[in-house]
Design a binder for this molecule. Sequence first.
Ligand code: BGC
Ligand code: CA
Length: 341
Amino acid sequence: MIYKQKLKMLIGILIVLLISGCQSDISTNEENNNQDSIRIAILIYRFDDEFVSYVMEEIEKERELLDDLSNKQLVVDFIDGNNQSDLQLDQIKDSIENKYDVLAINLVDRSQAARVIDMAKNADIPIVFFNREPVQVDMARWDKIYYVGSKGEDAGRIQGEIIAETWNNNPRIDKNKDGILQYIMIQGQQGHQDALLRTEWSVKAIEANGIKVEQLVSDTANWQRQEAKEKMLNYLNVFSEEIEFIISNNDMMALGAVDAMKELEFEEYIPIVGVDAIDIAVNALERGELTGTVYNDHVKQGQMVIRMAYYLAINEDPKDYIDSIENGKYYRVEYQKVIKK
Ligand code: BGC
Ligand code: CA
């Protein structure tokens, strides 16, 4: 199935490149004759984010492929925002001054989107945002801006389903036998659309399955394993036997909770769910340390970021080449449930 899709996509690119190859030959005569390379700046919120580094790898793989197929050299520069919004805004300014053809931006602070869009618009440099979604009013500021990401509420919904199934199949999870599921929520970075949506929809989905819930605590660990471990060392002490489930907005923080349980030699079984299905989380799942996770398709996200950027760079409309772009601007990948086989 996946191979079929890949093959279909590859054939798609080949056709597109054949067509765009002819078209760009025509335009070469007009204006682009001094340009023998396409330059795309990829501005990342922080290089050491595990999931985002998966996306970066895919961008690079796809760059090689497009580069081989294209008649121009495709140059991609990754720039680390170090999780500092001011630094990233400077980097964006510099990239505009350096006349990159397109910017692909993983915002440190998505509330800065309007500023960024206006800067790029003035210089007529298109943007593909990804993973950190500007709000709709910002996305409406210009037509040459796109977004690649996933459907945050679906990840929450799938987590909720995994939790409901686990609860229904294992009566011993209800330690205090009150028929109510007591949980701890570990949230991603505040203000991140995925943190907000996953938190909200995971709980809604559990309740939609007819299960009563009680939140013991909900706290942020900024998507980070170490931070989650430190928070959980404390909460495991405070709530101890009361905890019946740990819901985490991503895998890294879920693994931080596992780390804390190991360090405290916590005896009680507590099911934990994450999101992303990164390799180390899937391994932990196989060992029984995690109960479930949700595949966040980094492959497709990476591919679509660079492909959209590529089409924009050669002055083509991505919508003419990529199916299922919603509202003229959004490409959203599907999540998939991952539990132990
Ligand atoms: C991922 C997290 C990641 C975050 C970064 C989310 O979609 O699930 O693992 O840390 O994006 O922005
Ligand atoms: Ca209970």
